[in-house]
Design a binder for this molecule. Structure first.
Ligand SMILES: Cc1cc2nc3c(=O)[nH]c(=O)nc-3n(C[C@H](O)[C@H](O)[C@H](O)COP(=O)(O)OP(=O)(O)OC[C@H]3O[C@@H](n4cnc5c(N)ncnc54)[C@H](O)[C@@H]3O)c2cc1C
Length: 427
């Protein structure tokens, strides 16, 4: 037990579904927990999805239940806009320095939005994968936790503009907020730093960047989302045309010696799900899925079987070699070898979705001076056996998996963290 009657102190880095789960489970088991999230909101990649497979429910439903549990706990300190800078001490007795970027908006904010009406500066909206803009003062999305505005200090001119300060009826804007360093102690540290999409422009032949009508699976989630850049209407970026033909290109970068050797685990299910989004909006659209193998393990096979019943959906077993744009129409020609039919395919479509793979998020900037470093596998994911007692990976920081697997893994990791705390207390 620590001095305050808690079973120990746990630090969780990353506030996606894995981190949130670990925080809640460790806290409900009696630990004092600090959550560090670099974004202005919790939820990670899941918050940016349109729907989850296999049930196709919106992310808000799962996240909201967790936010209620977070709010109900008195053991959790949640630090958004924060990153760990340095870890010192020794295994099991860590001192952690956390750097907090100013939000420039205080807790008096009611999210009324008056500041946005006054703000003259636009910035690309990273939440919508750059497909729309926000003002320099913005709320990341309608269901953000915390539901509080934030100012992007990189683009806001500050006091020399000050229009948001005048517009705010609640004195919630503080343009002179400074970065701060927060020091915490922890017996166990859970790395739930998750994943990032593989840089699609690096994949030769697939044309990302050469045509706006070649998008990634992450962009597709935002295009299909009601709170996305097109209010949920799936349309061609170049001319807002309705989609009559669409191709999903699987293993864009994944399972390829030249790019990512690993299977990214969730992209097949992701594209099957996104084919359903298309079908919902366009009953007559022709959908092509180019694949190497469809990976839909366990009960997810049922979802795959359901999608296969779609008569206007064609699964073509073959790796796509090249995608080129027809400049006159903005259409794309997808070239592949259909290995089952033994023939070359040149398929013309309105829109291409690259199922780009998952890479572990880069947490390399953290300086660990506590007797060793984090152990990663050949693909950069954290391994299960960390040489530093007290450091644990959870969720997609360890391997590419779906949300259900992340929740199971993070729950187990929280219990392991509790065990470490109890062992420390017994020494
Ligand atoms: C196109 C696509 C569609 C998908 N659809 C589904 C689906 O429908 N159903 C499903 O079950 N799964 C789906 N997945 C998988 C799902 O996205 C992951 O299972 C889930 O996001 C993993 O959650 P996580 O918390 O481990 O990681 P993340 O969601 O990546 O969260 C990690 C968090 O850590 C933060 N972070 C990172 N580094 C730091 C740092 N150094 N300091 C502080 N914070 C940091 C990040 O900002 C983020 O908030 C899909 C994946 C893709 C690619």
């Amino acid at each position: 037990m620590s001095g305050n009657g808690k079973k120990g102190k746990v630090l969780v880095i990353g506030g996606g579904i894995s981190g949130i789960t670990a925080v809640i489970e460790a806290s409900e088991a009696g630990c004092e927990v600090v959550l560090v999230e670099k974004n202005a909101y919790l939820g990670g990649r899941v918050a940016r999805m349109n729907q989850y497979f296999p049930k196709l429910c919106p992310p808000s439903c799962g996240l909201e239940i967790n936010y209620r549990r977070l709010r109900a706990s008195t053991n959790i300190r949640c630090l958004t806009l924060s990153q760990v800078e340095k870890i010192t001490g020794e295994p099991g007795r860590y001192q952690v320095s956390i750097q907090r970027t100013p939000r420039f908006v205080n807790n008096k904010c009611t999210a009324c939005g008056e500041c946005v009406k006054a703000c003259p500066v636009d910035r690309p909206d990273e939440f919508n994968a750059g497909m729309s803009t926000t003002k320099a003062v913005y709320v990341p999305f309608d269901m953000a936790y915390p539901l509080q505005y934030v100012i992007d200090g990189d683009v806001c001119p500050g006091a020399e503009c000050g229009k948001c300060v005048e517009a705010c009826p609640y004195d919630a804007i503080e343009l002179d907020m400074k970065p701060e360093t927060v020091e915490v102690e922890a017996q166990a540290i859970i790395w739930a730093t998750g994943w990032e999409p593989y840089e699609a422009g690096q994949i030769e032949g697939l044309g990302f960047g050469s045509s706006p009508n070649i998008i990634t699976n992450v962009m597709m989630e935002r295009l299909a989302a009601k709170n996305g850049p097109t209010e949920g209407k799936i349309q061609r970026p170049s001319d807002s045309k309705e989609v009559e033909t669409i191709a999903f290109v699987q293993c864009a970068g994944s399972r390829d010696e030249n790019y990512l050797k690993h299977c990214s685990g969730v992209c097949c299910m992701g594209s099957l799900k996104q084919a359903r989004y298309v079908r919902e909006q366009y009953p007559e659209a022709q959908i092509y899925i180019f694949y190497i193998d469809i990976r839909a393990p366990g009960r997810l096979e049922d979802f795959y079987a359901e999608v296969q019943k779609d008569e206007k959906l064609q699964l073509i077993k073959g790796k796509v070699a090249k995608i080129t744009e027809d400049a006159a129409s903005g259409d794309l020609v997808v070239e592949a070898e259909d290995t089952l039919a033994g023939e070359r395919v040149n398929q013309k479509v309105n829109l291409v979705v690259l199922a780009t793979g998952i890479v572990p998020a880069d947490a390399a900037k953290v300086s660990i001076e506590a007797g060793g470093n984090l152990q990663r596998d050949e693909h950069g994911f954290l391994t299960n056996d960390q040489p530093l007692a007290g450091m644990l990976g959870a969720g997609c920081a360890k391997r590419p998996v779906d949300v259900a697997a992340c929740v199971r893994d993070a729950t187990g990791t929280a219990l392991k963290a509790l065990q470490i705390c109890v062992e420390q207390a017994g020494e």
